[in-house]
Design a protein around this ligand. Sequence first.
Ligand code: MG
Length: 401
Amino acid sequence: MSNPVTIKDVRVILTQPENSRLVIVKVITSEPGLHGVGCATFTQRIFAVAAAIERHLKPFLLGRDVDRIEEIWNMSMVHGYWRNGPVLNNAISGVDQALWDIKGKRAGMSVCDLLGGKSREAAHVYEHADGRDKQEVADSARSFIEQGYRYVRVQMGGYGGQGSPMVKPKKAPTGAYYNPRDYCRRMLDMIAYVREQVGAEIELLHDIHERLAPIHAVEFAKDVEQFKLFFLEDALAPEDIHWFRAIRAQCATPLAMGELFNNPQEWQLLIQERLIDFIRMHISQMGGITPARNVAIFADMYGARTAWHGPGDTSPVGHAANLQLDLWHPNFGVQEWRSPSDLIYEIFPGMPVVEDGYLYPNDQPGLGIDINEELAAKYPCRDIVEDWTQTRLPDGSPARP
Ligand code: MG
């Protein structure tokens, strides 16, 4: 037996080429030239994640056998005793994805092949249409359809806060205000209009972003049923998941849920009771490919499909990991996607490409992606206090973003 390849160094790369601040982990091995990359992007708390990796995970990881992904994941999750938080999960994900990348490179196989091989050649993706009014949303959707997309998410005014009439109390603090009741009326009207404009063949999606009171989410899911969404996302907050039973009992609007979950066990009730149709896991938020694989296999047995979270604050490395899981999973649904700029393709060589609405892999070993560190260093992270997450109801009270 030859000596195991071990973890020689764990490095954190922070970069902000565009809006989102990205956290990439690079695991360097004892084998010269062999390294792996992983996504640890919790964009709102990047420095906490970096510290968790550099000060807590790295000392534990140095010298360990790179092949023991399963053991390393489980021990990383418990050896700090307190567990299941977004900072630590993202930190663990960066290492986990990098170890899958390394294992693939050593085997000369893609991560998809390590998981069991391809179920498909490419993954359906959906893009994000938005606008200030329904006409702009329809125009935005049409521009994606003309580029070959067959799945389009339709939002109006971001997550629906802009443009609603509301009376605020005197001295109301600043914030991203929205009016939930007006949201319901305007979104239904917009979705009806876009459906009429684009026809029945285009799959439309909508994300409520947990902005409604539970009973209004039930009402909205019923009202929108006639427009045949591909799915309605985050109708409820993680704290309100028992209300999914009420939605399920009253309509057949397909439901997607879970980007804010922290723990694989949070999927159990929803999948087992067949209360949702799509698992919207943010892979790094769950701790990486290892737990995503487990939940995906569990979901498959109950007929739930995957729709991994893939917005701008999933790093390109995270998107590459999403795609490897998409290609493999027998019950894949759709992949969220935001078209990256040329700069992103330059910083992250191997970033997957979209053609005719399909996301294609490059079939390189591992995740098939890397980071140009010198170029990434030219775009350092800026200190940001997020505005869009400072969400308020019309009377000024804080609300879920
Ligand atoms: Mg969402």
